[in-house]
Design a protein around this ligand. Structure first.
Ligand SMILES: Cc1ncc(COP(=O)(O)O)c(C=O)c1O
Length: 344
């Protein structure tokens, strides 16, 4: 199977499995797992933040950050197709008692400060107060698009001037840094907190990191426990995370080049709507013109040929490149899609 459904499908590398077997462990709820502590130190240093916390999932990381930054009844300004709004089970409302205020991004889901500013509200006697601005970089549902550094700085500076914290859902922030050609610390410098996933393009089997000030992470530690995320001898997972952080970030440009090659091949197929230039990282989302078979039927047809993809609604399909697919796999996927589209 050539699995292009997501970069979450990546399997741990041989080096990760060795590191996991050899990991020194302790009880992390007591803060005594040396491998977890090492991962947290390295992640904080890499991001240029004071401290970091290992969490089981990206969703928990985002939800911990929201809980730390807001109080009940607040609004969280976020992009309309952002993961925290669309794919986290209404977690912000359920867990933190806050409400999303969705702002449509412009070209490629990129938020603009003017639009964010217009959505920020002071507390009055009749409306909720804005408690947090949340960004996503890269933006998954918009097709792995990158929010440029200037836009991030402008939004964060504007929010800070109004006394508001900014959280970054940086599930794929290393992809953003690779696409921007800069250090990841530069990407996250403007924000107060960031979550990134070890378990996506970086190939670790489990885990995400939340980073921010020491004070924020102390609070996040307590909230993680409240959410049921206190783990014990979890150094076996953190060991894979260290390999992910140290060895896997420098190869992401290869996934981006594969995604671009895949998009270029797909764009040449009649009935497929896709601008390969819009593919900046490892995510390719294309649309099927009316008159072509629908997305679920196309996904079912290519599955028969050993290619896995995800349908978004009736007419869109997402493909994600990663460490476990090669350039040849991507081109084979494009051929299978071409055959499935042309057979209608
Ligand atoms: C942008 C973004 N944020 C957060 C997450 C959540 O990560 P997890 O699946 O580890 O909860 C994902 C997962 O796909 C994501 O794409």
């Amino acid at each position: 199977m050539i699995d292009l459904r997501s970069d979450t499908v990546t399997k741990p590398t041989a080096e990760m499995r060795e590191a996991m077997a050899a990991a020194e462990v302790g009880d992390d709820v007591f803060g005594e797992d040396p491998t977890v502590n090492d991962l947290q130190r390295r992640a904080a240093e890499r991001l240029g933040k004071e401290a970091a916390l290992f969490v089981p999932t990206g969703t928990m990381g985002n939800q911990i950050a929201i809980a730390c930054h807001t109080k009940r009844g607040d609004e969280v300004v976020c992009e309309s197709r952002s993961h925290i709004l669309d794919y986290e089970m209404a977690g912000m409302s359920l867990l933190s008692g806050v409400m999303p205020r969705a702002v449509p991004g412009r070209d490629g889901g990129r938020l603009a400060w003017e639009d964010v500013r217009a959505a920020i509200r002071p507390q009055t006697t009749y409306n909720a107060r804005t408690g947090l601005v949340a960004l996503e970089n890269t933006h998954n549902l918009a097709g792995g698009t990158v929010l440029p550094l200037e836009a991030m700085r402008e939004i964060a500076d504007g929010a800070h001037d109004l006394g508001l914290p900014v959280h970054l859902d940086g599930a794929r922030v290393f992809n953003a840094a690779a696409a921007l050609g800069c250090d990841v610390a530069e990407v996250v410098a403007p924000v107060d907190s960031v979550m990134f996933c070890l378990s996506k393009g970086l190939s670790a089997p489990v885990g995400s990191m939340v980073a921010g000030t020491r004070e924020f992470i102390e609070k996040a530690w307590l909230v993680r426990k409240t959410f049921g995320g206190g783990m014990r001898q979890v150094g076996v997972l953190a060991a894979a995370g260290i390999v992910a952080l140290e060895k896997m970030t420098t190869r992401l440009a290869e996934d981006h080049a594969n995604a671009r090659a895949l998009a270029t091949a797909l764009a040449g197929i009649p009935g497929i709507v896709l601008d390969p230039e819009s593919v900046q990282t490892n995510i390719v989302i294309f649309e099927l013109e009316d008159g072509i078979r629908d997305a679920p039927s196309l996904v079912a047809a290519i599955r028969e040929e050993g290619i896995l993809a995800i349908a978004f609604g009736g007419r869109k399909i997402r493909l994600v490149t990663h460490n476990d697919v090669s350039r040849a796999d991507c081109l084979a996927a494009a051929d299978a899609i071409s055959a499935a589209v042309l057979n209608r």
